[in-house]
Ligand binder design. Structure first.
Ligand SMILES: *[C@@H]1O[C@H](CO)[C@@H](O)[C@H](O)[C@H]1NC(C)=O
Ligand SMILES: *[C@@H]1O[C@H](CO)[C@@H](O)[C@H](O)[C@H]1NC(C)=O
Ligand SMILES: *[C@@H]1O[C@H](CO)[C@@H](O)[C@H](O)[C@H]1NC(C)=O
Length: 742
């Protein structure tokens, strides 16, 4: 990390001159402000205890604290106050959810009339695997969370609404710049044997088996010349945190966003010259001081800067860049099956901080952050031209696809194969399965048929995938998988964003981007050309798992086995996206397609919430259970960990949205000032149950940052309790003993 920090300093100082000239350039020349731009950001952390996390489908992985908070980050661009606009919402969660979109759009309709609709709002998940689950509606995605979890869902819907309101209300004239560059070593292909199934001449066009390109937008306010945000797209999985982690975390993209916004706050928010002096004086550190009190340490004072790291064609890209190894022998895993002598459980990917997953999260976040700063500082290509969008719902159950050469094939009802059950090197699934399995044992065929016997049509259609779970033909108690999927194209001048409801592999994404670009160029006037930027916004608007190429599908690794609608799924996307692109290029409209169902009235909800409790005899909530353990020297050194445990209650009574469960306070003069909160990566709030199993504990752990000032500190916890399930919240707080840091 040391190297990283000095690298940042280097980047910062070396770009200072460029930045200074650009900064003033932006003010004085004020290139005709092309668009109205607004940004928004809101806390969507959700329930931090006892809720299954979304991503690994690991029933034992339930939330138990907060590493750092989850946020919604939004931008809106409009041609003019009456002209076309769109809203892009980046969600710190595993993926978008159809039901979230339906409910968000209902609220936006009530509030804004017809301004924001399914057509021009894109909601895209960053694919962290460390956020609360239960907010999706199709059955398969809520099995491990014991059904739908209202609290997870509400936290997300509320936050998106607030983020859009902020962005809408802050719309002002400004300009947008775009820049692209390669991110080094933040992702490798986790299914390289599948990638190698793609035609050799196609692979020869690319130097790597993952996309390394990051595309960044920089938003600049016209009146002040100050930047108000930076949004970037880059593909890498949110699996730096493992399937055993229980702390809520935005994983590497959430960390990158935290670093970017903190960097901006520390380095860019005031006049650049003044800031440059301060940065020199402090050695170019990353984290700005936090100033406010109590529940809310980080305040939105109107000078909001929103930095977002959005997901792209992430299907086969892992952040565990050291590769996958057998944890018994230490040898690399079997190349084709990612197993160790036939056992999928033993083969695990390693991040750059191995075996420390939090360090891996920071490093992969850092690599994206550093490139984003670089692109942000050097962005000069200004976007001009139309704001436009096209959106359609498609029933993926049976799309007729005309292949090159005229052959007509079709997509299938959704189904999962054994490679899905095997899981990946980022998180092995069920024992007894391997990626690439193309046979099912008699035992599994019997179990499958007991759940849902696939039709012969389905078995044939999905070939060579053996159907393990026939999700697309199972409708009890309600649909197990989506049939209706939204696809969408957003246009901002020469930027084209493709909202896809799933995880495209690297090559699948390349094929889609190329097809859309060619279509736009051939049907559009000269407004589209080879310099048109096409990015994929992954996991958007709803979720339907993976999309591989036809060739990758033949190998039936995890991604192929999770490609729901059969071997021609990608060809169907390409065909239908070309129709949207053509309509956009020609200025035509397109029929809306069949509406997706709203299953909210029939969802199963089996997760039991906390039921209320009084504190144990003789203590109050907020009292210390285990106080600070001072070292012999009498003080802590930077880099050491300080820990304290409080009697507490379940954080689900109040999510403390835009607040914090934990604060580090520092003595300044005669009073305590909050300096770090639970959104800081150095401060951990860990939820535990005590030995009796009756009472909750809050363990606060502070990893004293190298840049912390010497002085006197203490740890403070905030929480709420209830005597019974439905009684009112009782708020409490407590602080540890003071300790010195030197
Ligand atoms: C290997 O990983 C598996 C699954 O995570 C775990 O159960 C097992 O204990 C590990 N084995 C060794 C030798 O570390
Ligand atoms: C999708 O199409 C299939 C096949 O035509 C049909 O059975 C199904 O009802 C459709 N699904 C929805 C949600 O419209
Ligand atoms: C378009 O751009 C790509 C890469 O940017 C380049 O490889 C290709 O040759 C260009 N094609 C044309 C027709 O200019």
């Amino acid at each position: 990390m040391k190297m990283t920090r000095s690298k940042i300093k280097y980047i910062f100082l070396s770009s200072l001159i460029v930045a200074a000239s650009f900064f003033w350039h932006a003010i004085t020349v004020s290139p005709n402000d092309e668009y109205l731009i607004g940004v928004g950001s809101y806390d969507m952390t959700g329930p931090a205890a006892g809720v299954n996390m979304m991503g690994y489908a690991n029933i034992y992985q339930t939330t138990a604290g907060v590493h750092f908070r989850l946020r919604v980050r939004t931008f809106i661009v409009a041609e003019s106050s009456q002209g076309p606009r769109f809203a892009f919402v980046n969600l710190d969660s595993g993926m978008a959810s159809q039901l979230v979109n339906i409910k968000v759009l209902e609220r936006l309709k009530t509030r804004f009339g017809g301004l924001y609709t399914e057509e021009n709002v894109a909601i895209s998940g960053i694919h962290t695997h460390a956020g609360p689950g239960g907010y999706l509606q199709y059955m398969v995605y809520t099995v491990t969370s014991f059904g739908f979890v209202q609290q997870s869902f509400d936290a997300i819907v509320d936050a998106i609404e607030q983020g859009v309101i902020q962005a809408h209300e802050s719309l002002k004239p400004g300009s947008v710049f775009i820049n692209t560059g390669d991110v080094a070593n933040a992702g490798i292909n986790r299914s390289p044997s599948a990638y190698e199934m793609n035609p050799e001449e196609e692979r020869a066009r690319y130097s790597t088996n993952v996309d390394t390109l990051m595309t960044l937008l920089k938003f600049v306010d016209g009146a002040s010349g100050k930047s108000i945000g930076g949004f970037s797209w880059f593909a890498t999985h949110g699996t730096s945190m493992s399937k055993d982690n229980k702390l809520i975390s935005g994983d590497n993209k959430g960390a990158a966003a935290r670093f970017f916004e903190d960097w901006f706050a520390a380095n860019m928010s005031d006049a650049l010259i003044k800031e440059a002096q301060r940065i020199k004086a402090t050695g170019g550190k990353l984290c700005g001081p936090k100033t406010s009190q109590g529940f809310k340490v980080r305040k939105n004072d109107g000078s909001l800067f929103v930095g977002a790291f959005c997901q792209s064609n992430v299907g086969d890209v892992t952040p565990n860049v050291l590769g996958a190894f057998c944890n018994d022998s230490g040898e690399p895993c079997d190349f084709t099956h990612s197993s160790c002598h036939g056992d999928n459980q033993l083969c695990l990917g390693r991040g750059p901080g191995y075996p420390d997953e939090i360090l891996s999260t920071k490093i992969i976040g850092d690599r994206q952050f550093i490139k984003a700063v670089d692109l942000f500082m050097s962005a000069t290509e200004q976007l001009t031209g139309k704001v436009d969008y096209r959106h359609v719902y498609l029933n993926f159950t049976n799309i007729q696809v005309e292949l090159d050469g005229g052959n007509v094939v079709q997509t299938c009802p959704a189904a999962l194969g054994p490679g899905f059950a095997a899981g990946t090197t980022d998180g092995p699934g069920f024992p007894g399965f391997q990626q690439g399995d193309k046979e099912l044992s008699e035992k599994w065929i019997k179990l499958r048929d007991a759940l849902q016997k696939p039709s012969q049509y389905q078995l044939d259609c999905q070939q060579p995938k053996p159907v393990l779970i026939d999700t697309g033909e199972k409708f009890t108690p309600y649909a197990w998988a989506p049939a209706i999927l939204p696809i969408q194209i957003l246009r901002l001048g020469k930027l084209i964003v493709l909202s896809v409801p799933g995880e495209f592999t690297t090559m699948a994404g390349r094929r889609l981007r190329d097809a859309v670009k060619e279509t736009l160029i051939s049907y559009g006037s000269s407004e589209f050309d080879n310099n048109t930027h096409v990015v994929i916004a992954g996991l958007s608007n709803t979720y339907s798992q993976y999309v591989t190429t036809f060739e990758e599908y033949s190998q039936q690794r995890y991604e192929a086995s999770s490609t729901l609608y059969g071997p021609h799924t990608l060809s169907a996307y390409v065909q239908e996206f070309k129709k949207l692109a053509q309509a956009m290029a020609k200025g035509e409209t397109i029929p809306k397609g069949p509406s997706p169902p709203d299953l909210s009235s029939v969802l199963i909800r089996n997760l039991v919430g906390p039921v209320g409790v009084s504190p144990p005899l003789g203590v109050n909530f907020g009292d210390m259970k285990v106080d600070i353990n001072l070292p012999k020297s009498g003080f802590f050194k930077k880099g050491e960990r300080v820990s304290a445990t409080f009697w507490s209650d379940n954080p689900r009574y109040d999510l403390l949205t835009e607040g914090t469960y934990a604060v580090v306070e520092m003595m300044r003069g005669r009073s305590w000032t909050s300096v770090y909160d639970d959104d800081d990566l150095s401060l951990y709030y860990k939820y535990k149950v005590d030995e009796s199993g009756l009472y909750s504990l809050a363990n606060l752990e502070w990893e004293i940052p190298k840049e912390a000032k010497s002085g006197v500190y203490r740890l403070r916890h905030f929480g709420s309790s209830r005597k019974t399930k439905d009684s009112p919240n009782i708020y409490f707080t407590g602080a540890s003993s003071a300790f010195a840091v030197s």
